[in-house]
Structures are given as structure tokens and as C-alpha cells.
Design a protein around this ligand. Sequence first.
Ligand code: OAD
Length: 233
Amino acid sequence: MADQGRIVILTGAGISAESGLGTFRDAGGVWAQHAVEDVATPEGFAHNPARVHAFYNDRRAQAAAAVPNAAHEALTRLEARHPGEVTIVTQNVDALHERAGSRNVIHMHGELARALCAACGHRWPAPAAMAPDDACPACGAAATRPDVVWFGEVPYGLERIDAALAAADLFVAIGTSGQVYPAAAYAQHAARLGAGTLELNLEPSANSRGFDVARHGPATRIVPAWVEEVLGS
Ligand code: OAD
């Protein structure tokens, strides 16, 4: 595999699964229990904001009660000890990377812990429970929403992510099914720009064959093992 100087790591719901947070597309996952268009689109929010707030209030409570697992902790060790830059690009809206101690984290799908005013764009720490008539602390509009990216919206941090991919020596995807774009195209994109690619997932993802190397198993086992290899210990 190519020089592992600069490492970009894309994470998905699978890295938080063993912390007790449900994935989206596995059997019994979030999208088996809720219709995507009801709770994760601007149209769903416009139609029934109370239902959307209730969905994210539940997820915020679950995420707050969860604790980082050995895979999150291994990535924190990697960032602290690896001589090259380590960038985590996460599709997850939980804060388990940060709570494990990771610092260079880009939340491309937003964060449960943040609130956003749809009227003025102001952002602030989300309360435990949000409601449709909550007023924005900056402009007073009752247009507050979770600061998460819904289908049909543009993910956050795309310029930073593109720059990190362009500079990457190694791209690693952890716990993601490879079904949601643009994240699903990052492995191919990084490879075209010269990076080695590695998949660490419970099972082969939709894009598994496009990676140079794929290792399959639970994140709490295969991520720490890979990190120890990179750190040479
Ligand atoms: P998915 O639910 O689509 O995929 C989770 C992946 O993690 C699957 O490939 C599982 O096999 C794998 N997995 C499950 N348990 C694991 C474990 N213990 N260790 C390692 N891997 C495991 O979740 P994402 O790919 O993150 O977006 O989904 C991407 C986006 O789709 C989400 O950010 C969300 C969702 O709709 C929005 O809501 C905008």
C-alpha cells in the first residue's frame, strides 16, 4: 500500500454500532423504522416539523447516552501518534469521535448537538429537546431545525474534504455501506488522485471491490488492529 503519511478516514454508522447506536440500512436499522422522506428531507420537515424534531430528539438522547468504543479510541490514538496528518470525515451526527478525543473531524452530515436557524443561518448548541416553536436566539424566528444535512441538501465541509482527499496518501472507509453520495465516491476519487484505499467494514460494502484492500469484521476488532499496524506497535 502507498506511503501512509497523510491519512483520510471516512466513517459511517458502522463505527458507532457497537456503542449501541443503530445503523441505517442493516436489518432493523433506522430506515426500516422511519421513512427517509418523512424525517430526513426539507419537504418532510416543512410538512411535519414536530415529527422531525421528535425523531432527532430521540436520536440526540441515544447519542448522548452512548459512549465511544474501541474503534473511536483507536482513531484518536492514530491522530495523536501518527507523524502525518490524520483527518476524519464522518457521516455520523453523533459526537463519539470528539468524545473519544479526536480533534480533526469534519461532520459532513452535520451534528445532533447543534441547532440551525433556517431563517438567518445562526447556529448554536442544541438543547436536549427541540420543538417547532423554539425561537432562534439571534433573530427570534420560529424556524429552528437540527443542524443536520438532509437528502437534497449540500453536505458540509466539501472544500476541506476535497483538499484532504487531494493530499491523501491513504484513504480508509470504516463502517459505511457506500450508498450515499458524495461520500460513496471518495474512495474512487482518492485513488484517482494517487492514494491507497482500504475498507474496514463488517461485510463487503457496495464499493468493496473498488478498494485496494478490504478487511471485514466488527469495527472494535479490526480498527484497533489496523491502527496498531500503522503505528508499528
Ligand atoms: P449504513 O447503515 O448505510 O451502513 C452501515 C455500514 O456499517 C454497513 O455496511 C454495515 O455492514 C456496517 N456495520 C454495521 N455494524 C458494524 C460494525 N460493528 N463494525 C463495522 N461495520 C459495521 O450507514 P452509513 O453508510 O453511515 O445520511 O449511511 C450513510 C448515510 O445514510 C448516513 O449518514 C445518513 C444515512 O441516510 C443522512 O441521513 C443524510
